[in-house]
Design a protein around this ligand. Structure first.
Ligand code: ZN
Length: 327
């Protein structure tokens, strides 16, 4: 289903089977020369059908189209390889492109197996094949245009400025249109659901990176957020404040959990509250265990770096406990 939400800007809801996200918001900006499509859906037939049906409804020729992926998650970039083969020009953020092309490098997914040990998820016998990011990733892509922070794309009468908005992923980009106050924000800010902030390696305090991005975006004059899922948002500062409160509550909850003794990442995640239709942590679908543990780890590392909790490693698994100073 396609609808025009702003002059020359159309929303195409791409169905996401078996995902609690339900739909991806793909945006089509009509343009006399080359239309721009933002985000694609998973690399699976149901997404491909809704994506192509939307283009057809607007008589957009994929061979004359620019397709931009806001970030490396497979529900946003899953079809880029195939669209490239159909003649589209693919665009990705400068930092994110290396990660997106790495989705086909076995070493990228080997690292996930290491993470399973770090998180103490090995006991649940998770296989990489259970990960939707792996199952529905795009094919190999080697010919694309990278976009740098600050550069401008002219489409459909709009000047769209590329903004690096790291946090949900380290190289996530958004497009800002200053004249009308539009921000195509991918999964940076979502209504109703809180974007996942997960662990991306010890080089980042990714939760702090996300807070810094929210702070930067908060100060932008924005009238309409064109989000990656669910409803479009008018009042971005209200939602940013809610997201900050959510993460502060999460951090407090984790500190509380650690008062009960030393815990691994998975055991911490298993005691946190999650908005998911599962009776208990044991009943969490395998993919959701991955996501929950990654999110718990991002929060644990943030507390650890702020000196609020302690950490040690044992046989490749991390264990966190309340800091003596905090007790
Ligand atoms: Zn995402």
């Amino acid at each position: 289903m396609i609808r025009e939400i702003y002059k020359n800007i159309y929303l195409n809801e791409i169905t996401l089977p078996n995902s609690p996200l339900k739909y991806l918001n793909s945006y089509i900006i009509k343009d006399g020369e080359r239309p721009l499509v933002i985000d694609t859906g998973f690399n699976r037939p149901e997404c491909r059908e809704s994506f192509l049906a939307g283009l057809e409804e607007l008589s957009v020729d994929i061979g004359q189209t620019d397709v931009l992926a806001t970030h490396l998650h497979s529900d946003h970039c899953g079809l880029i390889h195939e669209l490239k083969e159909k003649g589209a020009r693919v665009m990705m953020g400068e930092l994110e492109s290396a990660s997106i092309t790495a989705l086909n490098d076995p070493r990228y997914w080997d690292r996930m197996e290491e993470l399973a040990r770090l998180y103490d998820l090995e006991k649940y016998a998770l296989k990489i094949g259970d990960h939707p990011g792996y199952k529905f990733r795009p094919g190999d892509i080697n010919d694309y245009r990278t976009l740098s922070d600050g550069e401008t794309l002219k489409k459909g009468g709009y000047n769209l400025q590329v903004l690096l908005v790291p946090g949900h992923t380290p190289g996530h980009i958004a497009l800002y249109e200053a004249e009308h106050g539009l921000l195509f924000c991918g999964d940076l800010i979502l209504e109703k659901i809180t974007p996942t902030i997960t662990f991306w390696g010890f080089e980042h305090d990714i939760l702090q990176v996300y807070f810094n991005t929210l702070d930067k975006v908060r100060r932008l004059p924005v009238k309409l957020l064109l989000t990656g899922h669910r409803a479009l948002l008018k009042d971005h500062t209200r939602r940013i404040d809610q997201l900050l409160v959510h993460h502060e509550k999460r951090l407090a909850e984790i500190k509380d959990i650690l008062q009960g003794g030393e815990k691994s990442v998975a055991d911490t995640a298993g005691r946190m509250t999650w908005d998911i239709k599962a009776k208990s942590w044991e009943d969490f679908p395998k993919a959701q265990k991955w996501f929950a543990a990654g999110e718990a780890m991002a929060h644990l590392e943030h507390l650890y770096r702020r000196g609020q909790i302690e950490r040690r490693g044992e046989n490749g698994t991390l264990l966190y406990k309340a800091s003596r100073r905090e007790e």
